[in-house]
Design a protein around this ligand. Structure first.
Ligand code: ATP
Ligand code: MG
Length: 759
């Protein structure tokens, strides 16, 4: 048979080609970021099809996201020169397992039309079981149990084989509740996410005939991002590949970032033992990034212990050094990135012009997105958020906003419906029905209906007590809005506190809870930029209105986790500060494990960049209305200096970069003269406990602000406030200053918000 043309082989390097052409037997491609692993997997699929080794539906190919699956399918088609019909088994573990489980549902005691529960359903169900087992749900919350069960499922432990060491989980009742939960799911003809794999592993283990059928059917197995598989996924793959061993896994131990979700980097290291005779292929040429970016990434990851270690090289032109910039605070960071993105789009940075589509902002925690979204909306910079709702669409944000809306206008029925039983107040459907009826009958808003209901004793017991408390709270908060006695920021905190909403998430032990609390803090932070609650609510309403998807280029905002496997010509990495990145949780974790996983995340972030990579940090962040000094991330210390260029922030520092007008008008102080960047331990020491921004080696003009000095003002001193502008100190009281502002008049302001102005 004449060989068909194989355009997909063109341009592959010898190692990639080997991986593509070694169709029979196990293959492990273990290589660093951007070395063409995913490309090789794609070419391998094309090769399987082109040589007739397999039909499209005989290939099992696992990707990490649905998006990656779509892309791979498109690329296989493109590289073969024609669209590929029907690759039903190219997808994520979950997508593939749903299909399989539908076919064999009865073996798991289910019907093929089973439903897949979301987290909320799952929690509700667990709560019922906890209550039925007469366990105090307040002390032992359902979310915690959900986390435990998830963890067990990731390890492929059914209730019957949870190891004895775990018996004490959830007050010794975990295993028993797990069993009850699984039973309940069966009765409901439902599964949760973790079940998809767990059931399939169990079915394959118990039914050799079914397993054999698929072993014959899936003649070739390919897995991308293998370093992030958990035990259940690993077992599932090992079972399926057990017959023919035609399995090709690709991954990078340095990019293992899902340990917190049960992924085991050990799976990749064990491959040769599991599949004796495996060909291990290493790729060393990086095709994605410039040498500076690559060197910076390699420098950071080198600090991790116990790596396999890899060499990476590139033929790409030297390009830009990794750019590092320190900012006064998070808002300034967002402002700078917005301006920088616009400037780069115009091509006015001495670089080629980039489309906004070429740019991405990769954040560690999703709450960081808020500052960017707000800023970009303000300046009209088009953006998209990938992997998760935009900030103001998140559940906890919508809940909190509903409380604020009610404080402003008690007639807001939609808001009332949303929060009447959030957090739980024992006001279930029945009670809510009664409130609705009362309100309708009397033609009044729900809040009023609720009051009438209580008055008429139409509701009793715990629900009544709680409803009364809620109504009292709403009355108080509304009064506070009208009187404007306290700052709206303070009031917002009081509302979240008194309503029990903050406590609700504080008592929640699931992995998402800390993130939700951070989002709430971020919400309060956003409030500070507005005069009052109304103004803020209007702002958000406008944002939400803005949602229509316009076409055109957009800058991407996403988390580092979601960015795995992707690449962008221009990458911004904001918030490189200890406590944020690495996250506080990771730093608190015993040993180095947490920080090492964060470092791999830093490596993932850096290696997403093709041409221009900018790391930034802020010297101050506001947390719950308090300024907090930040230390630059330890990962910044680990960047090899030769590959880093320190940028001068414009604005406050009077810096020359881009010659932007100083945002805070003419605040300058004499340079210290010290080249701080080159002094020993400059980054951490300089930043320690101060609001001192980074100094710039290339610029002599920069200012250093010391927190203590900031506080030490004298009467008569000229000062500057971000919002109120210039003024003169007229009095000092503790940490507050009386200031007569030139434009804004007399005000009392916390000293921390004030900087000395040039005379
Ligand atoms: P990651 O670890 O980040 O997932 P990867 O190893 O999967 O990276 P790919 O995404 O496959 O890397 O490839 C990175 C970039 O290099 C892509 O733009 C790809 O098209 C390109 N590339 C891969 N192999 C080659 C090659 N042989 N010649 C030219 N470009 C290549
Ligand atoms: Mg890849």
């Amino acid at each position: 048979m004449a060989a068909r043309p194989a355009p997909y082989l063109d341009g592959l390097n010898p190692a990639q080609r080997q991986a593509v052409e070694a169709l029979e037997g196990p293959v492990l491609m273990l290589a660093g970021a951007g070395t063409g692993k995913t490309r090789a997997v794609t070419a391998r699929i094309a090769h399987l099809l082109n040589t007739g080794a397999a039909r499209p539906n005989e290939i099992l190919a696992v990707t990490f996201t649905n998006k990656a699956a779509r892309e791979m399918k498109d690329r296989v088609g493109a590289s073969m020169g024609h669209a590929v019909e029907g690759m039903p088994w190219l997808g994520t573990f979950h997508a593939i397992c749903v299909k399989l489980l539908r076919r064999h549902a009865e073996l798991a005691g289910l019907k093929s039309n089973f439903t897949i529960l979301d987290t909320d359903d799952q929690i509700r169900l667990l709560k019922q079981l906890i209550v039925a087992a007469q366990i105090d749900e307040k002390r032992w919350p359902a979310r915690q149990l959900a986390g435990i069960i998830d963890h067990w499922k990731n390890r492929a432990w059914t209730p019957g084989n949870v190891p004895a060491a775990e018996a004490s989980a959830f007050n010794n009742r975990g295993v028993e509740l797990y069993a009850a939960y699984q039973e309940r799911l069966k009765t409901l003809n439902a599964v949760d996410f973790g079940d998809l794999l767990l059931h399939m592993v169990t079915i394959f283990q118990a039914h050799g005939d079914v397993l054999d059928q698929y072993r014959r059917w899936f003649r070739y197995i390919l897995v991308d991002e293998y370093q992030d598989t958990n035990v259940a996924q690993y077992l599932w793959l090992r079972l399926l590949a057990g017959g023919h061993h035609n399995i090709c896994c690709v991954g990078d131990d340095d990019q293992s970032i899902y340990g917190w979700r049960g992924a085991e980097v050990g799976n990749i290291l064990r491959f040769e033992k599991d599949f004796p005779g495996a060909q291990v292929i290493r790729l060393e040429q990086n095709y994605r990034s410039t040498p500076h970016i690559l060197a910076a990434a390699s420098g950071v990851i080198a600090a991790n212990k116990g790596r396999l270690g890899k060499t990476l090289w590139t033929e790409a032109e030297e390009g830009e050094k990794v750019r590092l910039i320190g900012h006064w605070d998070g808002e300034e960071e967002a402002r700078w990135i917005g301006e920088e993105a616009e400037a780069m789009a115009r091509g006015s940075r001495g670089l080629r012009p980039y489309s906004l589509d070429d740019m991405a902002i990769l954040v560690r925690a999703s709450h960081q997105m808020r500052a960017f979204e707000d800023r970009f909306l303000t300046i009209g910079l088009p953006y998209r958020v990938i992997g998760g709702p935009r900030f103001y669409e998140r559940m906890e944000i919508r809940d909190a906003m509903a409380y604020f809306r009610l404080a402003v206008s008690p007639d807001d029925d939609l808001a009332f419906e949303r929060i009447v039983n959030t957090p739980k107040r024992g006001l279930g459907d029945k009670a809510q029905q009664k409130i609705q009826t009362m309100a309708r009958t009397n033609g009044v808003p729900l809040v009023e209906g609720a009051r009438l209901l209580l008055e008429s004793k139409g509701l009793t017991g715990k629900g009544a007590t709680e409803l009364r408390r809620l109504l009292e709270g709403l009355g108080r908060w509304h009064g506070a809005v009208l009187e404007a006695r306290q700052s709206h920021v303070e009031l917002a905190e009081i509302i979240l506190d008194e309503s029990g909403y903050t406590a609700h998430w504080q008592n929640d032990k699931t992995p998402e809870a800390p993130g939700r609390l951070e989002n709430l803090k971020e919400l309060v932070k956003a409030l500070e930029e507005f005069e009052n609650l109304q103004g803020f609510l209007e702002h958000v309403a406008l944002i939400m209105d803005n949602e229509t998807e316009e076409c055109g280029a957009k800058i991407t905002i996403m988390t580092l986790h979601a960015a795995k496997g992707l690449e962008f010509p221009v990458v911004f990495l904001p918030g490189w500060e200890d406590g944020l990145f690495p996250s506080q949780r990771a730093m608190d974790e015993s040993g180095l494990k947490g920080v090492e996983e964060e470092r791999r995340l830093a490596y993932v972030g850096l290696t997403r960049a093709e041409e221009v990579c900018t790391i930034s940090f802020a010297a101050n962040r506001r947390v719950y209305g308090q300024w907090q000094s930040q230390l630059p991330s330890r990962f910044i210390d680990e960047l090899p200096e030769a590959h880093v260029e320190v940028l001068t922030p414009p604005g406050l520092y009077g810096g020359g970069y881009g010659a932007a007008a100083p945002a805070r008008g003419g605040i300058e102080e004499a340079a210290t003269g010290a080249d701080v960047y080159n002094s020993p331990g400059w980054k951490r020491l300089q930043a320690h406990n101060t609001t001192r921004p980074m100094a710039q080696p290339r610029e002599s003009r920069h200012m250093v602000i010391d927190a203590e000095a900031v506080a030490a003002f004298e009467t008569g001193a000229r000062v500057f406030h971000q919002k109120f502008g210039y003024g003169t100190v007229t009095g000092i009281e503790g940490d507050k200053l009386d200031i007569s502002f030139d434009k804004a008049g007399a005000k009392k302001v916390v000293a921390r918000f004030i900087v000395a102005a040039e005379r």
